[in-house]
Design a binder for this molecule. Sequence first.
Ligand code: ZN
Length: 165
Amino acid sequence: MGMQYDNENNPTFFVDAMLGNIAKKLRLMGYDSKYEPDIQDDDLINLARKEQRIIISRDENLVKKALKLEINSIFLEKKEETKQFREIIDKLNLKIIEINGDRARCPLCNTKTKSVNKDNVKSKIPIKILEQNAKFWECKNCGKIFWEGSHIRNLQKFVSELNER
Ligand SMILES: [Zn+2]
């Protein structure tokens, strides 16, 4: 089965509708993850095939259809998010997930975020946050600015739960 890796050798994903939180977390973990909440099944399958992305879905029929077309797909059986991530990690044999702000993608639009100098984002950030954080990242696509509190720390807890097992 063809499987697309990004230039850092990580798998890329197409996350099915209703799994937006999974897509956001994968992006923050640095995985290129497409997510279009309103896409039709057939369009999703075609795009995933074209871009050789691994489909992640809770829709058994969609996964069956995709597998028949030899598109790498992961059917999530579990409802709970930590368990769903375990399913993904186990299926792909992903190494222990690590959080690195410089590797993260924008949770909103999937673009790689770039580290930015504090002085350059001063005008866009509440003063309190400026005082409390040293590192900032910017999404060059949607313009959103992130700091450790928003970008990483929230995820840290989730990841430590994941790695506990
Ligand atoms: Zn963005």
